[in-house]
Design a protein around this ligand. Structure first.
Ligand code: SF4
Ligand code: SF4
Length: 205
């Protein structure tokens, strides 16, 4: 029987702890001191379904826990790690991790017309957290996935025209129509159950 690689072990560990998506890629072009990025995705609707109260707190706690557990796994094997937690709002450099670019490179999805990572499983309704590590990984294959070629729904439904050839940040009113109306993902059919989703999303982003 083939021995499981450390990449496979970490993947299995993170999924057991609640990750829905896990991908691996090199990150040297962004961070020369780390060889690899581990990108973890969790279905936002799944987490909201589980939350009895304070869904935002629950979501951020779960994402932070996954990041910490992944880092612990790597530290115990002697690898260097870095990652930013949602709870560390003031951490210097927190915003320098290009989560979306690394998520695409790690095979989690593609960048959609709404300028978010679109995953086959959950469309854009996925929360991401990233760990940088010195562990060499077996890189995941980027996806052959291009749902926006045949769809313009988010662009058509955006009330302000913020989705153009670039994201017009100043035009966006954070209504999250472009997140909630995206038809991609097996969770898309559940969206109608959540009338308060725009409010929740506004608090997440
Ligand atoms: S959040 Fe609303 S306003 Fe902003 S880009 Fe999406 S649809 Fe347009
Ligand atoms: S709504 Fe359509 S165009 Fe927009 S991100 Fe989703 S699949 Fe792409």
């Amino acid at each position: 029987m083939e021995t499981e690689t450390e990449t496979e072990q970490l993947n299995r560990f993170l999924r057991k702890e609640g990750a829905d998506l896990v991908g691996f890629c090199s990150c040297r072009e962004y961070f020369p001191e780390y060889s690899s990025a581990v990108v973890i995705g969790v279905s936002v609707l799944k987490l909201l379904k589980k939350s009895q109260s304070d869904p935002i707190q629950n979501l951020n706690t779960i994402m932070d826990l996954l990041n910490i557990q992944g880092r612990q796994f790597l530290c115990e094997r002697g690898f260097g790690v870095w990652g930013a937690l949602f709870s560390q709002e003031d951490l210097p450099g927190k915003d320098i991790i290009p989560h979306r670019e690394l998520a695409v490179k790690a095979g989690l999805g593609t960048i959609g017309r709404n300028f978010l990572v679109i995953t086959p499983e959950f469309g854009p309704r996925v929360q991401l957290t990233t760990i940088l590590t010195t562990m060499p990984v077996l890189p995941s294959q980027p996806l052959d996935f291009a749902p926006c070629v045949t769809c313009t729904m988010c662009v058509d439904k955006c009330p302000t025209g913020a989705l153009d050839s670039y994201f017009r940040h100043e035009e966006c009113v954070k209504c999250f129509t472009c997140v909630l109306e995206c038809p991609v993902g097996r969770d898309a059919q559940d969206l109608r159950c959540y009338s308060d989703l725009p409010d929740i999303w506004q608090s997440i982003r």
